[in-house]
Design a protein. Sequence first.
Length: 488
Amino acid sequence: QGSSVCPGGAFAVASVQRELWAVVPKIREVTVGLITQKVAAQNQSSNVRLSFRLVSAGASKLRVECPGMDFTPCYAQLQGASVPCSGATVGSTVLAPQGGKTLSTSQLTEVVLRAVVNPAESGPTGWTITSFGPDASGAEVVYDESDLVVGHSILKYLELEPVQQCSPQYLMQGHMSWQWWESCSSSNPWYQHVGNQVVLKFAGLKGGELMQGHQLLVQPPAGFSFPSENAATTVAGSSPGLTAGPTTGTQQALAQSKAQVSNLALGDGVEGLSKEVLLINLTSGLPLLQPFIIKLTVNNPGVDPAVNLWRVMVLAPDLEPIYTNDGNWPGFLLRGTFLQGGRTAVKSLVTSFPSEGNIVRLELALASTLSGQHLQMRLAAPAGFVFDAECLPENPDLAPSTKSGNAAWISSCQADVTNRNTALLSIPNVGSGGGSLATGSTYATNLLITNAMTFRQDDPPVWELYTFRNNDFTHFVHYTTLESFPLQ
C-alpha cells in the first residue's frame, strides 16, 4: 500500500543507509609570512612562519602543504622546539611534537620552516594545514583543517655575478692602463668617497619580457647615496638591450629617478638597506636575455654598513615587482685612504745619498676618520731602507704642534724587528674612548732612517702607509702608496 514517502500507489521493497561524510572543523586565525632572511625568488631557499589556532583537542600531528614548495631540505620548529620535517616532499611535510604529545587548542600554534625551497613558478603561494592523529580506537583521523591561505608571492630570480673584491694595492696602480670593471666591482671603495663607481653584472632576464617602461630598481646598503643625475650608465659593448641604439661605442647615460622605498609596494625584503632607491628606466622595447652590465655612481658612507647587501629588482610598467635578487648581493668592502695632491707624502730632510743616516718627514691627511682603541700606523719603506730601532727623534717637529697646546698625536715609532724597512707608529688613547685622527687634518712627524744602497731601476720605488685599530693587524683601515724621493 502507499505511504507518505512514496508516490501514490507505490510501496518500498528495499532500503539502504549510508554514513554521512565527516564534518571537519576549520582551523582559525591562520597567518603565513616570510621571516629573515626574507626570500621571495623562485627556486631559492626561504624561511616561513605559520601561526594558527586549532579547534579540536587530541591531534598530535600537522600536515603543512604548499604546491611547488620543496620541503625536503627543511628543518622546523613547533612551538619553539626543534622537530623533524617527516615525509617531506615537494608540496608537503608532516610535523609532530616530541614524545607524541597532543597539540594545544588553548593557544596559538606557531610553526617555523627553514630552508624550504620556493616553487619554480612565479605567483602567490597557497598553504593549507591539517591536524590529525589517532582517535580513541587508535585509528588515525583528521581533527581540523584550514582553508587555502595565500602566502608570499614568488618572483622571478634576478641573477648577478658574484662581487669581485679588489685590494687597495691593486686599485692604486695608477700607472696601469686597464678597464677596472672587468675584474673589480668598485673603482673607489674608500670611506666617504664621493663619486665611487660600481658595476652590477646581470645574467639577463630569462623571461624574455620586452622592456617597455619597466624599471630596474637598485637599493644599496644604508649610508650609500646616489648623485642627483647620471647615477647609472651603460658600459660600452657590455650592455646589450638597455638602449635601442648600438651597443658599442661610448657609455650612455640611462634615464633614471630616485624614490623612497616606502612609496613602492616591493613586498618583503632585507632590513637595514637604504631608504632611497634608484629607478632606471628600461624603454628599449627589446628583451634582456643576454648578460648585461650597468655602471652606477654612488657616494660612500664613512663607516661600514651594518648590513652590506644590495637589492635589485625589475618592476613592470605599473611598478609591480617581477624579478628580485632578494638582496643577496654582498657588497664590496670599504676601506679608508689618504688625501693626495701633496697632502700625504714622505720627504727627505737631511740627505739623498745612499746608505747614509737620514731623517724623513711623514705628512698625512686622512680622507675619513680613524677612531678606536690602540690605533697604529705602519709605514713600509722601499727595500733596503732601515728604520732606527726607536725611530721617533727626540724632537719630531710634530704637526699639529704641541707648542700650541695640542696633545702629541704620535707616542712612539719602532722598527719591525723582522722587516727593518717597516716602522710601527703608535697613536695614544685619550681616556677610555680610545684615540682618533680627524678627516682632512694635516698630521706630520719626523722619523729616523738609513737610506737604501740603491733602487731597482725596473721597479718604481714606493712607500706604503696603513692604519690599524683595536689591536687588529690583519685588517687595515686606511691604505695608500707614496712615491719615493730619489737617491743620488
